[in-house]
Design a protein around this ligand. Sequence first.
Ligand SMILES: [Zn+2]
Length: 86
Amino acid sequence: MAHTCHATGCEVEVPPVMFMCRVHWKSLPKRLRDAVWEHYRPGQCDDWNITHEYAEAARAAVRHVAEKEGRIADTSVYDALDPKGE
Ligand SMILES: [Zn+2]
């Protein structure tokens, strides 16, 4: 399965280790990028086991980009995978 940028509505293909395409990743404030990396676990893209902290960081990043672009953020994948629920 192709892995695409996690920004809502973006379909740029990126390596699984990358959370977003270069353009979207660069548009994130450093604190959001750091939070995503801090909670990222290698292999999570294959087994879908993410931590609650990662889900929070990912949602914050996706919302940030969507807000900038005037879109409704789609964070459903994180809501579904978040072990604690939102
Ligand atoms: Zn993107």
